[in-house]
Unconditional design. Structure first.
Length: 204
């Protein structure tokens, strides 16, 4: 039976406490100051923990719908992908912490791998275009291009840490590196999503 939102909030509180104990002050500073209800809702949507709520549909599952959306110039697809980036970054960070804790390693490794692959592909699609996800052309809006560049600066070391974590190389160090960069990534992906909505949303 799916967990209720209140149950997710309780699980996320326990998760915060575990991560605080294992990852120390940097993790506490990064996550405990955030609104727990907002984070619990993110988990309910993104399935970052081992709950009965699944991850967002994979990129492959959305290909047909995305191709149909591309007839509007890719506006709707761009908005959807930008919104997904904000969730995927948080999902990846949560899975990295759970791996560091040694919690349900096989599942969390799968979550981390899928979030990493999807984030990489969607960021590329938003920047360069990818018809398979409904984005027919590269991004040309100057503000969006700058925001994507800023995301790359944060994402590239996180990307390397995620790969190393998946390979089992110094897992605690790489989980901490991801946790420390996570808030900055969230802020930049949220900014990009806002810019893209302002650019492509139909005012009518």
């Amino acid at each position: 039976m799916p967990l209720l939102l209140a149950d997710h909030a309780q699980v996320s509180l326990s998760w915060h406490r575990m991560c605080q104990k294992t990852c120390g002050n940097e993790y506490e500073k990064l996550f405990l100051g955030r609104n727990v209800k907002k984070f619990a809702l993110m988990i309910a949507v993104g399935g970052a923990l081992t709950l009965s709520v699944p991850l967002l549909p994979s990129v492959a599952q959305e290909t047909g719908a995305a191709q149909a959306q591309s007839i509007d110039g890719g506006g709707q697809a761009r908005m959807n992908l930008a919104a997904r980036l904000t969730v995927l970054g948080q999902t990846l960070a949560a899975a990295a912490c759970m791996l560091d804790l040694g919690y349900d390693i096989a599942h969390e490794r799968e979550v981390l791998e899928e979030a990493h692959e999807d984030f990489t592909r969607l960021l590329w699609a938003l920047e360069h275009g990818d018809m398979t996800v409904g984005v027919p052309t590269p991004e040309r809006n100057r503000s969006a291009v700058v925001a994507i560049r800023d995301i790359h600066e944060i994402w590239e070391p996180m990307d390397a840490s995620a790969i190393a974590l998946l390979e089992g190389d110094h897992p605690h160090d790489h989980a901490m590196a991801i946790a420390e960069a996570n808030q900055a990534l969230l802020e930049k992906t949220e900014l990009l999503a806002s810019i893209i909505v302002n650019e492509y949303a139909d005012p009518f």
